[in-house]
Design a protein around this ligand. Sequence first.
Ligand SMILES: *Cc1c(COP(=O)(O)O)cnc(C)c1O
Ligand SMILES: [Zn+2]
Length: 501
Amino acid sequence: MKIDEFPQDMQPHLLPAHEGRLVYRCLGCGAQFGIEQLLYVCPECRQVLLLEDANFERLKAVPGAVWRRIFDYRKMLTVPALRGIYRYHEFIGPVIPLDAVLYLGEGHTPVVRANVPLRDELGIDFYFKNEGQNPSASFKDRGMASALSYIHSLIQRGILSEVLAVCASTGDTSAAAALYGAYLKPRIKSAVLLPHQKVTPQQLSQPLGSGATVFEIPGVFDDCMKVVEALSEEYPVALLNSKNAWRILGQESYSYEIAQDFEYDVSQLAVVVPIGNAGNITAVMSGFLKFLEAGVINALPKIVGVQSEHADPVYRYYLEPQADRRRFVPVTVRASVAQAAMIGNPVSMPRVIHMVERYNQTAGCQRVFFAAVAEQDIMDWQLTANRNGHIACTHGGEALAGLRAARAHGWVQPGDIAVLDSTAHALKFSGFQDMYFENRFPEEFGITPNPALVNQPVYIRPKDLEQVPAPGRPLKDEEFRRFVRRTAEDIAGRLQLRKRA
Ligand SMILES: *Cc1c(COP(=O)(O)O)cnc(C)c1O
Ligand SMILES: [Zn+2]
């Protein structure tokens, strides 16, 4: 719809006019820094940063009801820059000119309700939000759209000329970074560091296909991260890991979308998020807090963070109920099917600590919960979800296993509605499904296939046939007719079909 066709009172709001004054805020010493430079940690105390809008008060001056109408009307707008995560421009990047915005189709992912059998099994109404339907097939595209739109704006303003973007990854970050970097060719070149043999073949093929330089490093993600940090400290590179606060900002869109998807009534919701480096759960909490502060929503949903028992440092930290006695201890990770979350020393841990405290304080009660789930449950629930029409990967399975745990603990009850972050597409991690179906998980995973969930192709070759077709050797006439008839008979037999009368 064209702007002059919208209701008159909406027209001035459709294109974002709010000018943000974004600053990096250090979570250690509280210092703030201008955004003209690319900063990842505080130059003074080395702590991680978050971006804050010093003009946020002005957003509060707009009534919540007006914001809700703005976002709803923007759905009908065809301006490319506002089609993705920047529908919420005022909250996500109010310093990025619309012509610097990169839009590759990210965001506004489907919210798919679980069918009746699955809802009955869990004893609660719930939805998957399919982040696997983003362009590189994971939620990482949200943060990458934000980080690269910002870098693009710096290039447009002549502050940067050429950028070498680097990241370490458990697979999906590099896929997204390479994709968005490729779009800004030749001003941006990207290099990604992956832990050797710790990403899936699909995840490896993605940055290769996008033309990034791909390095494989011995060890696990935490080791790669250290190398990337050393690179970013000593060489002129742009770091695209979630240490980069612009990534967090973009991922807040996930919460804004949930608010809009549920007509801004989120008080009964419980949002379930798998945790790896903890950037995503930080963004999810931050997004809901900002919408609450601006009056777009009137309550905070519950948040359930989920980790695998094989990589659960955040869960362990919150086992101690008394805040002043909690102590963060990195863990040594073990093999996990939630491979993109196999992280023992999450970069965003200080952000999580900061946000959880604010979140619970603002809510006036505990609204954030953490669960650890078994590898076996992750696989079983992923396969169960997919047998009920979903496209969850292992991390979506982790979220579903986490919902089960949250039900068992009584953190969520019937009457609540859960929204599960299905963080990537099943196809990215289909190798784990193969291992399950073929019963060849190495022992370290601790996974035994449940026969009821196993599925295998059935090879049909009627024994009484002498000839079957082969590539370049088709059958002819009666031989071919016999092949078709006999094969159909065998299949019908296995499916226990009776011939039409
Ligand atoms: C990155 C990733 C996660 C973990 O997100 P964090 O922000 O690192 O906590 C979970 N699932 C998938 C599929 C991912 O790619
Ligand atoms: Zn500091």
